[in-house]
Design a protein around this ligand. Structure first.
Ligand SMILES: [Zn+2]
Length: 402
């Protein structure tokens, strides 16, 4: 693989003969390459070379097999992490490592999880990734309202950098999206020198960090290769002086929902990518989040979705479901749930409140892995607003999926 950054955040890459246009992201999800160019806008041209290298790697890692040649020399430390983590030889080598900056920024999407992370650090600047169309790839996803999300980010009143990018269109399959989940940080990495960043906070919660949620494994994952500090991505970001920080990595989506809706950012919370004046209420994400919100607010489910709707059909089948711990949480707490489209799923779970109380507290090891400069703030916030898990609750996490 050969990568070239030109002015204006323009990235192009050329595959070597042993590279391939099919690959897997770090969560083993199969993906296919569409095009070998993209742009990351709103970033300076003079960042440290290791920042350019990591930003590029979030986009080209799935296609790279043996070696990567950057257009500027990287540090030996960064090249070593690429070799140890991926078996890829990186060069040329020759730069001094980047010293971590002093600040933490939040990678801000506007969803409940990133709002909760933001609430923990009221002074942290936001970096918002805004999808724009690619000049050479047709946009078959016009319902994705990135403009609405960007506007909401502006209304938060926080210090904000909006990065515009078409990098998601480098993916042909399954659809436009991040080649690696970390590609959402490509712009933040390139801004790290200008903003003096030493850490980047993501809204990944306990399901994503510890329970193998999302597209991943559905079992306890202390060595999660994407988000653990000692995993290959955690080490790579650290080598570039931008630590991955998961402020809400120890709490469930019930807690992030409660924190987000109880925060000053509540008017700007938006997890739906389709609605303009508000959430669309009829997509799968809206249904899932409505279940969680109803459980947090202890009220009946309020959705126009009928059981024959595509977003509801999966709950007629057997688990596992995505976000399964939160489905179980909702089933155990939403009044009248048996008379809703979630009724059939009741057969598969222990829906006592006791069996789901662990989802209201923080898993302590998640605080321990927040880098030292930002740990005490998170710990104090959790103590005041959430509370730590008991021993039996910790065991719920550590036996998940077993
Ligand atoms: Zn929606």
């Amino acid at each position: 693989m050969r990568v070239t950054w030109s002015g204006g955040g323009s990235l192009s890459f050329r595959l070597d003969p042993d590279d391939e246009i099919t690959g897997t992201a770090s969560d083993d999800y199969p993906i296919k390459l569409a095009i070998n160019s993209c742009t990351v806008g709103g970033v300076p041209d003079d960042a440290h070379p290791d920042l350019f290298a990591v930003a590029a790697w979030t986009i080209v890692a799935p296609w790279t097999r043996r070696r990567i040649t950057f257009d500027r020399a990287v540090s030996a430390e960064l090249a070593q992490v690429l070799y140890e983590g991926w078996g890829v030889e990186a060069g040329p080598v020759g730069a001094e490592p980047r010293r971590p900056g002093s600040r933490l920024a939040i990678s801000y999407s506007g969803g409940a999880d990133s709002v909760a992370a933001a609430t923990m650090y009221p002074d942290a600047p936001f970096i918002h990734f805004r999808r724009v169309t690619h000049p050479r790839v047709p946009n078959r996803w016009p319902h994705y309202r990135s403009d609405v999300l960007a506007k909401l980010a502006e209304q938060t009143g926080r210090e904000l950098s909006t990065v515009t990018s078409d990098l998601e269109y480098t993916l042909a399959e399954p659809r436009p999206g991040y080649p690696e989940h970390h590609a959402v940080a490509a712009g933040a990495l390139l801004l790290a020198d200008r903003l003096d960043l030493g850490g980047l906070g993501f809204g990944y919660e306990m399901g994503s960090r510890w329970l193998g949620g999302g597209r991943y494994l559905w079992r306890y994952t202390p060595d999660n290769p994407m988000w653990s500090p000692h995993g290959r991505w955690g080490r790579l970001f650290a080598a570039a002086g931008v630590h991955i920080v998961l402020p809400v990595g120890g709490v469930s989506e019930a807690v992030t929902m409660r924190l987000a809706l109880g925060s000053g950012l509540r008017p700007q919370v938006r997890w739906c990518l389709r609605g303009t004046d508000g959430p669309c209420r009829v997509c799968g994400k809206c249904l899932y989040k409505e279940l969680i919100q109803a459980a947090v607010e202890r009220r009946p489910l309020d959705t126009p979705i009928k059981p024959d709707h595509p977003a509801a059909r999966k709950y007629l089948k057997k688990p596992p479901y995505g976000g399964q711990e939160m489905i179980q949480y909702g089933l155990s707490r939403v009044p009248g749930i048996e008379n809703t489209l979630f009724g059939p799923a009741l057969d598969y779970f222990d829906v006592s409140e006791e069996a789901t109380s662990w989802l209201e507290h923080c898993y302590p090891p998640a605080l321990a892995e927040i880098p030292e400069p930002w740990r005490a703030t998170a710990a104090a916030f959790v103590e005041a607003n959430v509370g730590l898990m008991s021993g039996p609750e910790v065991r719920r996490v550590e036996t998940w999926g077993a």
